[in-house]
Write a protein that binds this ligand. Structure first.
Ligand SMILES: C[S@@+](CC[C@H](N)C(=O)[O-])C[C@H]1O[C@@H](n2cnc3c(N)ncnc32)[C@H](O)[C@@H]1O
Length: 209
């Protein structure tokens, strides 16, 4: 059966896939807390960064950023995920948007895009569009920070990416300025997760998509 003939709830590029899992409480990727490298990154910046979190899920990090006084938009295309995030984010100053990352156009460009378990949730055929979307949304000097599932796990989600594949996706428009292993991963990612910080190049090719 080709992919588009499958039930949408079996296709991770479709919101129904994620709605079904959030609705059933089957969210093994959800840390239920803010990871340490992210918390350290926020704590060591001199000034707030306007942040976009694509594929935010429950939105733990969005709450943390709002508490630190950072302007933050948390975006997810699954209405059930957004409903869950609305509970987690109650009382926090977060713009919560139900939209598809690939068609989302913010009124003002973010300074930072935060990545956790979004890229590895996307089928590989969408990865070039993901990279182009980042390059389109972030101005020169803008940052991409977060967690990458760096391994050769073919079946997913989570879909593993090799470092060479990630470099190929990002290197035209971004330079990697931090890269280290993660010590507080949850079991699905343990031993295969890296914290990375990428900066949008001044001279990076603008994305056409
Ligand atoms: C594996 S979950 C990760 C959630 C969250 N980032 C976390 O770390 O817990 C992937 C999330 O990405 C969302 N998602 C997948 N494709 C999307 C798209 N094209 N636009 C917006 N959200 C998307 C799903 O609905 C789901 O909530």
């Amino acid at each position: 059966m080709n992919d588009s003939a499958k039930d949408p709830s079996q296709r991770p590029e479709h919101p129904d896939f994620w709605c079904k899992r959030f609705g059933a409480g089957q969210t093994p990727w959800d840390a239920g807390r803010v990871p340490a490298d992210f918390a350290a990154f926020v704590a060591t910046r001199n000034a707030p960064l306007t942040t976009l979190i694509p594929g935010c899920g429950s939105g733990w990090e969005a709450a943390c950023l709002a508490d630190a006084g950072w302007p933050v938009t948390a975006l997810d295309f699954s209405p059930v995920a957004v409903a869950r995030a609305r509970e987690v984010l109650a009382g926090h100053a977060v713009e919560l948007v139900c939209a598809d990352f690939f068609t989302y156009r913010p009124a003002t460009p973010p300074d930072l895009i935060y990545e956790r378990a979004f890229l590895c949730a996307l089928p590989r055929k969408l990865w070039p569009d993901w990279a182009a979307g980042l390059a389109r949304l972030l101005p020169p000097g803008g940052l991409l920070a977060g967690y990458f599932f760096v391994c050769d796990q073919l079946k997913g989600p989570p879909f593993g990416i090799t470092q060479a594949q990630l470099d190929e996706l990002l290197a035209d428009a971004f330079e990697c300025i931090e890269d280290r292993p993660v010590s507080d991963s949850i079991p699905v990612f343990a031993g295969r997760e890296r914290w990375q910080l990428w900066r949008r190049r001044q001279d990076g090719r603008p994305a056409e998509r």
